[in-house]
Design a protein around this ligand. Structure first.
Ligand code: ZN
Ligand code: FE
Length: 253
C-alpha cells in the first residue's frame, strides 16, 4: 500500500492511496480538484472512490467535480453526514469495513470536531482528518470534551503504536509550540520539534506521524501526564484536562 500526499489549499492534506502495482486509487478528503487530478496524472493512477473524514468544505470541496469527471464514484462518509457531504452514497457507521481498489478499510467514528467525524484505517495507516493532528487535535465544533477524549484516547490511541498517522492539516509546528508550553520538560516533544523544523525547512510535510509518537508528544493524548495535570490545576478527570487544554489551545498564539 502506498500513500501519495497531496498538499491542497493553504495547509490541507489530501491523500491518494493505492496498492503497489495497481492503477486504482482512492482519495481521502479531496479539497480541491486541481491538485488531485495533477497527482493522479503524475503517478499514473485512476480514481475509483472518495473517502471523506467529515463534512467541512476544505475536506469535501472537490467531491462534485471529481464525481462528474470520473462518473458515479462511491463516496464514503458517516451516515449522519448525509445532506452535508456532497454526493455521499456509501453511508458508514463505527467499525464498518469495506474493500475498494484492492484495499481493506475500516471506519472509526471519532466525534468531537464534528458529530460525524470518521477516521479510516487501512494496513498500518490511519487517516484522521481534523480529529487527530500531529501533536494536536481539532476544535470542538460539534462535540464534547468527553467525545473527543474517547475518540483520541480509546479509539485512535488503541491502534498499534506503529500505525502511521495521516492528518488533515499541516499544523504541526504550532501544535508543538503549544505542547511545549504545557509540558516544557518533555524531551520527546523537543526532539520532535527539531525533526519537524528540519522537514518544514526543506518544504516537506510533517506527516505521517505514528500513534506511538503521538502518545509520547501530543498533549491531548497525555491528559494523565503529571506536568500537564499541574498546568491545568483544578481539572479533576482526564476529560476535564482535555477540556482545559482545548480551551488554552483556542487562545494560544
Ligand atoms: Zn474540519
Ligand atoms: Fe479542516
Amino acid at each position: 500500500m502506498r500513500v501519495v500526499i497531496v498538499p491542497c489549499l493553504a495547509d490541507n492534506y489530501t491523500y491518494l492511496i493505492h496498492q503497489e502495482g495497481r492503477r486504482e486509487a482512492v482519495v481521502v478528503d479531496p479539497a480541491d480538484a486541481g491538485p488531485v487530478l495533477a497527482a493522479l496524472e503524475t503517478h499514473g493512477l485512476e480514481l475509483v472512490a472518495i473517502l471523506d473524514t467529515h463534512h467541512h468544505w476544505d475536506h469535501v470541496g472537490a467531491n462534485e467535480e471529481l464525481c462528474q469527471r470520473f462518473g458515479g464514484l462511491p463516496v464514503y462518509g458517516h451516515a449522519s453526514d448525509a445532506g452535508r457531504i456532497p454526493m455521499l452514497n456509501q453511508k458508514l457507521a463505527h467499525d464498518d469495513r469495506f474493500e475498494v481498489a484492492g484495499l481493506s478499510f475500516s471506519a472509526l467514528h471519532v466525534p468531537g470536531h464534528t458529530s460525524g467525524a470518521l477516521a479510516y484505517v487501512t494496513g498500518d495507516a490511519v487517516f484522521t482528518g481534523d480529529t487527530l493532528f500531529v501533536a494536536g487535535c481539532g476544535r470542538l465544533f460539534e462535540g464534547t470534551p468527553a467525545q473527543m477524549y474517547e475518540s483520541l484516547n480509546d479509539k485512535l490511541g488503541a491502534l498499534p503504536e506503529a500505525t502511521r498517522v495521516y492528518s488533515g492539516h499541516e499544523y504541526t509546528q504550532a501544535n508543538l509550540r503549544f505542547a511545549l508550553s504545557v509540558e516544557p520538560d518533555n524531551q520527546a516533544v523537543r526532539a520532535k520539534a527539531d525533526r519537524v523544523a528540519a522537514l518544514r525547512a526543506r518544504g516537506e510535510p510533517s506527516v505521517p506521524s505514528t500513534v506511538g509518537e503521538e502518545k509520547a508528544t501530543n498533549p491531548f493524548l497525555r491528559c494523565e501526564s503529571t506536568a500537564i495535570r499541574q498546568k491545568v490545576a483544578g481539572a479533576a478527570t482526564p476529560v476535564d484536562v482535555l477540556a482545559r487544554l482545548r480551551a488554552l489551545k483556542d487562545d494560544f498564539q
